[in-house]
Design a protein around this ligand. Structure first.
Ligand code: CA
Length: 716
């Protein structure tokens, strides 16, 4: 018996002995029908309304991810158990925040599929598959994930990976309209949840590293007609776009870009996650991404702030008209996006009530700004390990960079945070009673190094374009075999991030410091987003467990074995007076994230729903341990393993990981023959599963070079 199942049995036993009456009472309410559908409108989405539902990505417009429910608390949590669960048809990453309205729970999965279940019983009401082409995976930096849907009136909206925005009937899941929000010829993707404000569906996109220009668009929820678009980097033609962004680009933003490289690399700045509406100021807040390529020296001759990269941009939701912006990382050259989630709240700062927006972007600082005006109120390091800048000058709002961190023209910089960021898309939560923001943070370093010939940079389709050189090689040391070729041939790569710890930081945004921190050693990416509740609890998954902590002290009060890693955030809702906690389980992400060991093989995603007295048991996943490939019986390769190293690192590892681990390619039977390998990599045999043909980027000999490289790995 594993430690996990022993714990589960113990907990089950305790539940039977101590709380039989409670269990009986709850069981009687579970046969109620799905409730009447009430329109999800502006009033329902406002703060404080509908405490029992979860109506938008961060629960309400303010996106605090704070549930006012308190039935599950430190005194009752001992009986929290599984009410129901479902398993999905994909083992790709699961990042969605489910929505709950009128007795129905809606969720999205990898490949942008949408599901509706009876929130009491788990009975599936409908499902919608947008049938995204497996080929789209080529443009997805970080797996074929989707973070959620949006509700408005009687409709539900999802952004599909291939750039479509689709409206469905909430009752049936039948499509009402669908619009292509991106140029399908360009490597755009959508992974983020739409938001709906005043009858307009707001959607961004991703793809900076692959060479696109970021923007955010609004569509009429009723008709699907585009209402406005706001670009986040300049028009490479130098002309107006006929978009809402034209005025501010002509006035200020165009002048913050230099040279020509950004014109062919897209510029970046994609708004792939945070979009939040502040009803008090009627501002729509957009979080924007990093530059393309990363290297500021290459992208913009090392000059200029490059608006609106790595910024918080406030727009009017009706028109897309610019209101204000704050750039967290001027002249970004480290992949320090500011797409991370926003929380809007009222804080008492120096005895005055301030209506603020809070963000912990990748760069490791925690920002508090006036949500109406954008005035910077504070900016502080999340932890002492953030070392790329000394601090933020509150006078001019700019980071005080450490000397040497601008690596782009030559040399290198090992710094914290590395490109995964001190905090990325994983949701933080705010408990207004405690006055604490709970942040899933990563103490992670990265080594940024300039390519040996920055002037030879060219944009390469089909891979990530970063303008980064030899990775992980300290100056003066011998480069590993393949590394030099990699640098010369590709001028792309990844600054070997090194995760030192994962930290759940309880941040006091008024005192401007952490009140408590839970440290996880070596969490890799198996750490999820956060839920806070009025039951004085903080829920977060780490490795294979869902944990609950005391909101005031960080003391662990509950742990439940999930059977697999979860990276999404839990939600909470109530039906018939019964509080539930729900969580999408499933790992995934870029670079084989989360699969640091061979034992953590991809398993199908699940939705787990808990309630007090829940007695269901989700069976363990069947994990087949693949036999090691007998290299001596494989067809010997005619390829060049050194060249294969270059190609693997250019085209394969953004999904399969640095160590071939997603899944473990060294154990793949496909490796055993040249023909089999070619059928997958060149002919696209597994395209429907997202492993598309690379014939547009590699010839047959180069594909065989990759096989030679993998066989070399398999024989070690
Ligand atoms: Ca990025």
């Amino acid at each position: 018996m594993s430690a996990g199942s022993a714990y589960r049995n113990l907990r089950k036993h305790l539940g039977r002995v101590i709380f039989p009456a409670l269990v009986l009472m709850l069981a009687t309410g579970s046969s109620a029908q799905v409730g009447a559908y009430r329109p999800v409108d502006h009033n329902r989405l406002l703060k404080g309304e509908e405490s029992s539902d979860w109506l938008t990505y961060g629960r309400t417009y303010f996106e605090q991810r704070f549930s006012p429910l308190r039935q599950i608390n430190q005194f009752t949590i001992g009986t929290l158990g599984l009410a129901w669960w479902v398993q999905f048809d994909t083992s790709r990453g699961q990042e969605a925040t489910p929505l709950v309205a009128d007795g129905v729970i809606y969720t999205t999965t990898a490949w942008s599929k949408v599901y509706a279940f009876d929130a009491r019983t788990g009975r599936q009401l409908w499902t919608f598959d947008p049938k995204v082409s497996g080929r789209t995976a080529l443009a997805a930096c970080c797996d074929v994930v989707n973070r959620g849907a949006a509700l408005w009136n009687d409709r539900i909206f999802v952004g599909a990976l291939d750039g479509r925005l689709i409206a469905l009937d909430r009752r049936t899941g039948k499509p009402v309209w669908s619009v292509q929000t991106t140029d399908p010829k360009l490597p755009y993707t959508i992974t983020g949840a739409p938001r709906v404000v005043k009858g307009k569906v707001i959607i961004g996109n991703g793809g900076s590293e692959y060479g696109v220009r970021g923007y955010v668009s609004a569509y009429d929820a009723q008709t699907g007609k585009q209402a406005w678009r706001f670009y986040l980097t300049p028009n490479p033609d130098g002309k107006p776009d006929g978009a809402a962004s034209d005025e501010v680009f002509a006035r200020t933003a165009n002048a913050t870009w230099f040279g020509d490289v950004w014109k062919t690399s897209g510029g970046g700045g994609t708004a792939w996650d945070a979009i939040t509406y502040d009803p008090d100021s009627n501002n729509l807040l957009i979080g924007t991404g990093n530059g393309a390529p990363w290297n500021h020296h290459i992208r913009s001759q090392g000059k200029g702030d490059n608006l609106f990269l790595s910024s918080i941009v406030a727009l009017k939701p009706e028109t897309g008209k610019y209101v204000w912006h704050y750039q967290t990382t001027p002249g970004d050259t480290w992949d320090y996006t500011a797409t991370q989630p926003f929380i809007i709240a009222d804080l008492f700062i120096k005895d005055a009530k301030r209506h603020v927006v809070m963000q912990a972007p990748k760069n490791g600082f925690f920002y508090v700004l006036d949500a109406g005006t954008g005035e910077l109120l504070s900016a502080d390091k999340l932890a002492p390990w953030v070392d790329w800048a000394h601090g933020v000058d509150l006078g001019n709002g700019r980071p005080v960079e450490r000397i040497g961190v601008r690596w782009g023209a030559g040399g290198n910089s090992r710094q914290n945070p590395g490109p995964p960021g001190a905090h990325s898309w994983k949701s933080m939560a705010f408990n207004p009673i405690e006055g604490l923001v709970y942040i899933p943070a990563l103490n992670v370093t990265g080594n940024f190094a300039a390519p040996s010939h920055p002037e030879e940079y060219r944009h390469i389709p089909g891979t990530q374009n970063r303008g980064v050189g030899v990775q992980g090689v300290a100056p003066g040391k011998q480069a590993a075999p393949g590394a030099l070729q990699r640098a010369r041939a590709a001028a792309t790569g990844d600054p070997l991030p090194s995760v030192l710890s994962g930290e759940l930081i309880a941040w006091d945004p008024v005192a401007r410091r952490a009140r408590w921190t839970v440290k996880y050693s070596d969490p890799e990416w198996g750490m999820g987003g956060v839920l806070a509740t009025a039951g004085s609890l903080v829920f977060q998954s780490v490795k294979h467990d869902l944990k609950a902590y005391d909101a005031a002290s960080g003391r662990e009060v509950w742990s439940y074995p999930l059977g697999a890693s979860a990276i999404a955030a839990p939600i909470s809702y109530a039906l018939d007076g019964v509080q539930h906690v729900a969580l999408m389980v499933g790992n995934g992400g870029g670079n084989g994230q989360g699969y640091s060991t061979r034992t953590d093989t991809p398993v199908p995603g699940r939705l787990l729903v808990f309630k007090l007295g829940g007695k269901q048991i989700a069976p363990d996943h069947i994990r087949t341990n693949r036999m090691a490939l007998d290299v001596s019986r494989a067809e010997a390769s005619t390829g060049d393993a050194l060249a294969g190293d270059v190609f693997y690192n250019r085209y394969c590892r953004f999904c399969h990981g640095q160590n071939f681990i997603y899944p473990d390619l060294r154990r793949s039977p496909v490796l055993s023959s040249r023909t089999r390998f070619k059928r997958v990599v060149f002919d696209g045999l597994l395209e429907s599963r997202g492993m598309t043909s690379f014939a547009a980027f590699l010839n047959e000999q180069e594909v065989e070079d990759i096989r030679a490289y993998l066989l070399r790995g398999a024989s070690r």
